[in-house]
Ligand binder design. Structure first.
Ligand code: N01
Length: 822
């Protein structure tokens, strides 16, 4: 009998101490909970939604403070699952107010008759997994319990307010309000002295409106935040036209975009734009009043590179100083402690201008921290402020708070979720946790969630989860659990992604830094909505990779493994190459492959500026060899690195790794000399190796002429270039110089045998396939010569240090070479 029918037949009364039996219990009747209920019901699952509030709306039910609005354009912040719903509702503004959004949820609840399966005023007090029954047992504040096969947390990411952590709140005799728990009845502030503590989105939205009402407003700011004008009004005509022109395509683009709103991937990089062009872009973004636009559309490196970000942050800082008249107040309001976007920026209406009012005071808590709250107001290190009202806009225990702190969740073997997450949330895909079967989270930590348009992420999660439940029902499985391997792999992938962004450089609620004692780490998935969607789809199409599925009458299925083994940037490039559906590179022939590489490289963004780039020639063993020298901006002389490009001894030249050489030159402060050695098949082994050695010798001898430090040089290379670098080291040792200070080998080819794991594990499906490696070897070197240490340096005399192969692998977690002949 299908699970749904069993559950339905067991259903009992819903209150009064009885146990309600359902297939699925959902916590929360906000954006996620409502859609879940709708989909689960349509799929035939008996479902109950448990909600603490007395109506639907979730975060929009609780956050009723003055000025509370959406800060993603509301045409994007809507359900998209039903085109009829879309045409039945029209938003009145670009950024809808909280009351309008709440009306929308009421409208949705009525339209699909959802309220009859929602138990309001119900708080869950404990959730325990019963392994024998393969069900969750939920106890609630109202006595009645719920037994469910699947337990789904639709609790939202920002729904557990953080305590203010300031002494004396209880002593205060005036009124106290929290933005995240604002009263339903009108709060009268007229004629009162009001204090607002906190300048995140909630503070920044409410401060201008509170200032309009209060006799005097004092804002207590610990960390200034970046805020941009919302320019609210009707939805912009161009966006509406785009949506209405082809609604289905607009929605689909949003689903595959990086942030959940259809904007293209920005390709221009900051250093390709002049100052005037960058300013023009910022002014355009400023006039648009769109958070996603300004976070993604100015230049491609704004969110991943400190320097590219600083160019943008400086322009925004100028805007703050242009608006705020008092220079000291402007300086205090200007953020300097985090890259723009690393902490959630805010959309505002008149925020900065509010500080020009005579009845508004800013207190900079970095200069005078709050000591305590007293009966009459707030005492800092330096002053006392008597106030009638204190508004705490102090934020949330984000992402994990609502899941973990709300009630004890006890999984398989009595494991407590609080213990499992003691050092930070562990999840697989942000959806599930190993050890907690049949527990799902919607937009949990480890998913794009708060770094995306939540509407898109919620629908993706709900669809994915419900589709999995349907598939399990069809195949007879009754329990699903993530494996430890999959979860650990996801943590690694999360960390790899976060390393590429600037989020790790800011103390924010994204990282848990806003809650004293909370474990810290970037909690949302930073790899983007579209890539995340494709990963979730891959999990499903790959036989539920990373999950163990069990059921009473079916054999256990466990397709264990990691869903993403590649680093995200490598994956991105490989996916781009895969999308091009190219024939194998080796089928082009040597010249064809070189032409392809030249064309491919011409299309990539220009590398970053360095102090100087000089092209020259140096004497090789058999005539001149070209080189390109990259000099840092810092005063010399600089240490020298002799660099050999990749390309299987067949492709590339001294310019082909240009962005990498520029980047390394900037980061290391060293001169990089990229050598154009001769290629196979025209010049077979040992030409490349001997050219490499001759070039290194000449560069070392002419270090001072090149602006470098005389003395030992370093060698570096990528792939076959790293082979040449490693060989050069040995030749330098055996032929009495030059002196080598170190070698940097990136994915080096160090041996000629093909029995390494990468030749089997990564044989196909990657750009550098096994057959391409065979082809490179065949063009470069006869089988008889391959064991020569000048072709396979691992066979030479190697001391232990040289054996370690790819140094990046250890220091930067590079898994690209994963055993390929190293
Ligand atoms: O909370 P926050 P929020 N003493 O954590 C300060 C979403 N949202 O409710 O930065 C003094 O951002 C704290 O200072 P610091 C949105 O994603 C969306 O404003 O920790 N100050 C900070 O200034 C947003 O990012 C909308 O040094 C203390 C402020 O309080 C997220 O919710 C609207 C303090 C908290 O800012 C959270 O926003 C509102 C203390 N003890 C919110 N403790 C939309 O528009 C904290 N602070 C959709």
């Amino acid at each position: 009998m299908p699970d749904a029918m069993v559950a339905a037949s067991l259903s009992e009364a819903t209150s009064g101490g009885t146990t309600q039996q359902v297939d699925v219990a959902v916590v929360g009747a906000g954006f996620a909970g409502l859609y879940l209920l709708h989909r689960l019901r349509k799929a035939g699952f008996t479902t109950v939604v448990l909600e603490e509030a007395d109506d639907v709306g979730g975060t929009w039910y609780w956050n009723r403070y003055p000025g509370a609005r959406c800060d993603i354009q509301t045409i994007d912040y809507s359900y998209t699952f039903d085109p009829e719903l879309e045409s039945a509702w029209k938003w009145s503004e670009k950024y809808a107010t909280q009351p309008e959004i709440l009306r929308y949820f009421g409208f949705v609840a009525d339209r699909y008759d959802l309220r009859r399966d929602i138990r309001f005023h119900t708080r869950i007090t404990a959730a325990t997994w019963d392994q024998a029954a393969e069900r969750w047992l939920l106890t609630t504040n109202e006595g009645a319990t719920v037994s469910c096969r699947y337990y789904i947390m639709a609790t939202g990411c920002l729904s557990a307010p953080k305590p203010p952590e300031i002494d004396g709140v209880k002593d205060f005799k005036g009124e106290v309000y929290f933005t995240g728990r604002w009263p339903h009845e009108e709060v009268k502030l007229a004629g009162k002295r009001v204090a607002v503590i906190g300048t995140g989105s909630s503070g920044i939205q409410s401060i201008p409106l509170i200032a309009e009402q209060a006799a005097h407003l004092t804002v207590f700011q610990r960390t200034p935040n970046f805020a941009l004008p919302a320019h609210n009004g009707p939805a912009p005509a161009d966006r509406v036209a785009l949506l209405e022109g082809d609604r289905a395509s607009y929605r689909e683009q949003a689903r595959w975009s990086l942030a959940g709103v259809p904007w293209p991937q920005q390709m221009a990089v900051s250093w390709q734009l002049s100052d005037a062009e960058r300013r023009e872009r910022l002014d355009e973004a400023w006039a648009k009043g769109d958070l996603v636009y300004i976070l993604t559309q100015l230049w491609a490196d704004q969110g991943v590179d400190v320097d590219g970000n600083a160019l943008l942050a400086d322009l925004i800082r100028e805007k703050i100083h242009e608006t705020v008249k008092d220079p000291e107040t402007a300086a205090a309001l200007t953020p300097h402690d985090h890259p723009f976007g690393a902490k959630r920026p805010c959309l505002d209406t008149n925020y900065y201008a509010t500080y020009n009012r005579p009845d508004v005071t800013l207190v900079n808590l970095r200069q005078e921290p709050i000591k305590s709250i007293t009966a009459s107001g707030i005492k800092t290190d330096e002053r006392t402020f008597d106030v009638d009202v204190i508004v705490f806009a102090t934020g949330f225990d984000a992402m994990t708070g609502a899941i973990m702190a709300v009630h004890p969740i006890t999984g398989r073997g009595g494991k407590s979720l609080s213990d499992v997450w003691a050092n930070g949330p562990q999840t697989y895909l942000g959806l599930t946790v190993a050890g907690f079967p049949n527990l799902f989270m919607i937009t949990g930590p480890g998913s794009p969630s708060v770094l995306s348009n939540m509407a898109v992420s919620i629908e993706q999660h709900v669809d994915w989860v419900v589709d999995r439940l349907i598939a399990m029902r069809e195949t007879g499985f009754t329990a699903i659990e993530a494996t430890e391997t999959a979860q650990a792999g996801w943590a690694r992938h999360m960390a790899d992604c976060a390393t590429l962004t600037l989020h790790r450089l800011a103390n924010t609620w994204y990282t848990g830094a806003n809650v004293p004692g909370k474990a810290q780490g970037v909690m949302p998935y930073t790899g983007g909505v579209g890539p995340y969607r494709s990963i979730c789809n891959e999990v499903a199409s790959g036989g539920m990779l990373g999950f163990r599925l069990t059921g009473p009458n079916v054999a256990e299925q466990c397709n264990d493994g990691e869903i993403v083994r590649l680093q995200p940037d490598v994956r991105l490039v490989l996916n781009m190459l895969a999308d091009m559906k190219l024939p194998p590179l080796e089928s082009f022939g040597a010249q064809g492959a070189r032409d392809f590489l030249a064309e491919f490289n011409a299309a990539r963004p220009a590398g970053r500026p360095v102090g100087e780039v000089v092209d020259g020639t140096l004497p090789g063993t058999d005539g001149p060899l070209p080189y390109r020298l990259y000099r840092p901006t810092t005063p010399g002389p600089h240490p020298i690195v002799v660099y050999f490009h990749g390309g299987g001894w067949v492709l590339g030249d001294q310019e082909s790794d240009d962005p990498f050489c520029r980047d390394m030159c900037r980061r290391t402060g060293m001169i990089f000399v990229s050598v154009g050695y001769r290629h196979a098949p025209e010049h077979r082994f040992p030409t490349a190796a001997e050219d490499g050695y001759a070039a290194t010798r000449w560069i070392a001898e002419h270090a001072a002429d090149l602006g470098g430090k005389p003395g030992p040089v370093m060698v570096a290379g990528w792939s076959a270039g790293a082979n040449i670098a490693a060989v050069t080291c040995q030749l330098a040792r055996d032929r009495a110089g030059p002196q080598i200070s170190g070698q940097l080998l990136v994915c080096p080819v160090t041996d000629c045998t093909f029995d390494r794991p990468s030749y089997s594990d990564n044989a196909t499906g990657y750009f550098l396939t096994r057959s391409l490696m065979y082809w490179f070897w065949d063009l470069y070197c006869s089988p008889a010569d391959r064991t020569d240490p000048r072709a396979s340096p691992l066979r030479g005399k190697v001391r232990s240090a040289a054996r370690r192969g790819c140094r990046l692998r250890r220091s930067h977690g590079c898994r690209g070479c994963a055993g390929r002949a190293t």
